[in-house]
Design a protein around this ligand. Structure first.
Ligand SMILES: *Cc1c(COP(=O)(O)O)cnc(C)c1O
Length: 397
């Protein structure tokens, strides 16, 4: 099918939550994508930080095919070998002692919110209120959209859930003030993604941890976007040595096969007794096999270190470029999670880059965002920076 035919079929039959799109991408390999007409693109968005190993990574593809031939799904009423192995591997490489599996980021955060409330209820000291940050993004279910500190995502969905408080991100005094005796959980992204690639000041996250300890409040890090090598270490909490009580993962976990996970300490895990929470598909043989192959590849020595170095190089090149363009307000990020804030809306720039064969995206109205597969090299970065320079000149910015 050509793009126009796909567009017509889609627009007639699919709920219009995503608007009109320019491309129908039909094939991928590494950091390359091809559309229905056979045009080639360099992918610097990775399906929103999902395909961290690149498209159709042979190890993951092989694992998916092998598992699809063996057993795609059984329910969690039975033990699932791939899920148990995945959990053990995640435990080995993180602070978490226990994992719960689901289908994506919002569900992982739902699990985090629910386990925190139930944990305190079980302790006999109910503290159902939750503090989150402004400009945050935690998902689109009713609880996670409530946790999302951006009014544009709330509009028309009121009444939201009760018990949520919003504080300015990167402001420790505001957080201290918000933690009343009714608060049992603080949930934050270690770097805000959808909110504009906002990196907190060094020291903020350690201060948050300290505050949560002092006030006996659980701390959850939403690492749905920052986790799994994206910020130059396996998990973003390791960048500042701040250990949360709860972590959520999704996006990069299955390299494109839908899977989410909530990890926590043994202590917090007590919050979910048998029957307290469940997920039909969560960690089924197929998704767990994909995640297992993905994670094993991700932790091969040098893989994440290379991505971190490429990220440093990319930021350097963008900083150099920013010196020549007053329209660039700030370059920020960590690893290969990078945002370039402009003094104007970036929609025409994203389009211009696409016309030049580069796929990137926005993070809010003014920030151009790059989330390439972690396998990209300096040559690919050079290509993107050259296209950005040409696009800015073409637009007369
Ligand atoms: C994408 C994202 C989510 C939501 O994940 P879904 O899989 O779309 O539900 C939650 N939190 C963060 C930080 C994200 O980037």
């Amino acid at each position: 099918m050509d793009t126009d035919t796909i567009r017509q079929l889609n627009d007639q039959h699919v709920v219009n939550t995503y608007g009109t799109r320019k491309l129908a991408l039909v094939r991928g390999e590494g950091a390359k994508l091809w559309d229905a007409e056979g045009h080639e693109y360099l992918d610097f968005f990775a399906g929103i930080a999902v395909c961290n190993l690149g498209h159709c990574h042979p190890t993951v593809t092989e694992a998916i095919c092998e598992q699809a031939r063996t057993l795609v799904h059984v329910s969690n009423l039975y033990y699932i070998e791939q899920q148990a192995k995945l959990a053990a591997l995640l435990c080995e490489h993180s602070f978490a002692d226990k994992w719960f599996f689901c289908n994506g980021g919002a569900e992982a955060n739902e699990a985090a919110l629910k386990i925190a409330r139930r944990y305190w209820a079980q302790q006999g000291t109910p503290k159902p209120e939750i503090v989150v940050a402004e400009q945050s993004f935690h998902g689109r279910t009713m609880a996670t959209v409530t946790a999302t500190g951006q009014p544009k995502y709330h509009q028309g969905f009121e009444p939201l859930l009760p018990g949520f408080h919003y504080v300015s991100y990167n402001d420790i005094d505001a957080l201290a003030e918000a933690i009343t005796p009714q608060v049992g959980l603080v949930m934050l992204e270690p770097i805000q993604g959808e909110g504009g690639v906002r990196v907190p000041t060094p020291g903020y996250l350690p201060a948050v941890r300290q505050l949560c300890d002092e006030k006996d409040v659980l701390l959850a890090f939403d690492e749905v976007q920052t986790g799994l090598g994206r910020t130059g270490s396996l998990f973003a909490y390791q960048n500042e040595d701040v250990v949360p009580d709860i972590i959520t993962l999704a996006k990069g976990l299955g390299n494109g096969v839908p899977i989410g996970a909530m990890g926590c300490s043994d202590k917090v895990a007590e919050g979910f007794a048998p029957g307290a929470h469940a997920c039909t598909f969560g960690g089924n043989p197929l998704s767990a096999a994909a995640a297992l192959a993905t994670f094993e590849t991700l932790i091969t020595p040098g893989f994440i270190e290379d991505a971190r170095e490429t990220g440093c190089y990319f930021i350097e090149q963008l900083l150099n470029l920013s010196k020549e363009f007053e329209c660039i307000y700030e370059v920020r990020g960590r690893g290969l999670m990078i945002g370039v804030e402009f003094d104007r809306g970036v929609t025409p720039l994203v389009e211009c880059m696409l016309n030049a064969g580069i796929i990137c995206g926005p993070a809010g109205p003014m920030v151009l965002r790059f989330l390439p597969p972690l396998i990209v090299d300096r040559a690919a970065v050079d290509c993107v920076v050259a296209a950005l320079l040409a696009s800015l000149e073409e637009l007369g910015w």
